[in-house]
Write a protein that binds this ligand. Structure first.
Ligand code: FAD
Length: 318
């Protein structure tokens, strides 16, 4: 196992399949049988037991755990079935929506810079002219919009029409940045503006694009730079505004917001307070968190609580 800066933990091999093998071999050691390629269509109550129906078979069970994940990234198998199964058994499902998504913005000018990323930038969110949130995080330009951990985390709070302002200087007082760039341009008379910008800690192609956006030709010298263009460049460096058009859909979202209402689940055991013997764990619940393992942790922790409760009630299953 390796622990990266920021506390991210990976298997030493960096292969997710190794985590799966460990879990599967532990299951087999404990006599757990996994039946694959059978999608559960219906779970019904019969006396005090459950009938679980798949397309091809029907199973009877004392205990059922809904662990079907959310509705995001359906290609991985989580298509939102758990919400229907839980609803049919009487549970309330709070409104679901994609979360941790890329952000699509108006007049996106960085599609051809896809892959360029920045670390730990100040990201500020404005709604109706008011700053509603500020975080620091990594940003990635994609072919279609903005992504990266900082943007994904902030996406949980973003609405279409919001303005996202990005400063490209992490951890520095923005007023100091303004002064530094203004002084650099003012003191560089016959040097080209692009040469002065090349001295800043920015990817070269990005700096060039900012100049294009400010209407500055490649050979323009600092002494010929109009005041308005200078102010525009500085404003872009310290708070480039992006107007949000829309957030990514379920096919791009890493997690799903909303789900089985937490008020109907015992938080100590994850057992339903409506249907005894029914458990809900992981992302099917109305839980979503930032990137960085919080969603996986929620899935593992709720799974552990349910397992402890079930093996406590049915010792033969431990
Ligand atoms: C690209 C991507 C990156 C992510 N990165 C992070 C990250 O960095 N950190 C983090 O914390 N989280 C991350 N997540 C989210 C995290 O993977 C999920 O929150 C977590 O896997 C949820 O676990 P779960 O067991 O509840 O559901 P899932 O892992 O979604 O598992 C649900 C399982 O149920 C099966 N299933 C669904 N319906 C049925 C049915 N009707 N019958 C039978 N089986 C069914 C599915 O096939 C699937 O195998 C990421 C997700 C994606 C897609």
């Amino acid at each position: 196992m390796t622990v990266e800066p920021g506390g991210k933990i990976f298997p030493a091999t960096k292969r997710s399949s190794d985590v799966l093998s460990i879990l599967m071999s532990e299951c087999s050691r404990r006599g757990v049988e996994a039946i694959c390629n059978q999608s559960v269509h219906r779970v019904a109550r019969a006396d005090s037991r459950f009938i679980v129906e798949t397309g091809t078979s029907s199973y009877r069970a004392d205990v059922v755990v809904i662990a079907t994940g959310g509705a995001s990234y359906p290609a991985t198998g989580s298509t939102g079935d758990g919400y229907h199964l839980a609803r049919e058994l009487g549970h309330t499902i709070t409104e679901t929506a994609p979360a941790l998504t890329p952000v699509m913005v108006q007049d996106y000018a960085f599609a051809d810079l896809a892959g360029i990323s920045f670390e730990n930038l100040p990201l500020s969110l404005f709604r109706a002219g008011k700053k509603v949130r500020q975080v620091s995080g990594d940003l990635l330009f994609t072919h279609t919009g903005l992504s990266g951990p900082g943007v994904l985390d902030l996406s949980r709070f973003i609405l279409p029409g919001d303005i996202l302002k990005v400063s490209f200087f992490p951890g520095i007082d923005q007023e100091a940045v303004r002064k530094q760039v203004t002084d650099a341009i003012a003191g560089s008379g016959t040097r080209q503006v692009k040469t002065v910008l090349a001295g800043l800690p920015l990817p070269e192609r990005f700096a060039k694009r900012l100049l294009e956006l400010a209407g500055v030709t490649p050979d323009l010298t600092c002494s010929h730079l109009p005041k308005q263009a200078r102010q525009e460049i500085i404003a872009s460096l310290t708070g480039l505004p992006f107007t949000v058009l829309r957030l990514g859909g379920f096919d791009e979202a890493m997690v799903t917001r909303g789900g089985v209402a937490l008020g109907e689940i015992n938080p100590k055991t994850m057992e339903s307070m409506i249907v005894p013997g029914l458990y809900c764990i992981g992302e099917v619940l109305d839980i979503d968190g930032d990137t960085g393992g919080y969603n996986l942790q929620a899935a593992f922790s709720t799974g552990m609580l349910a397992a402890k409760s079930i093996t406590g009630k049915y010792p033969s299953r431990s």
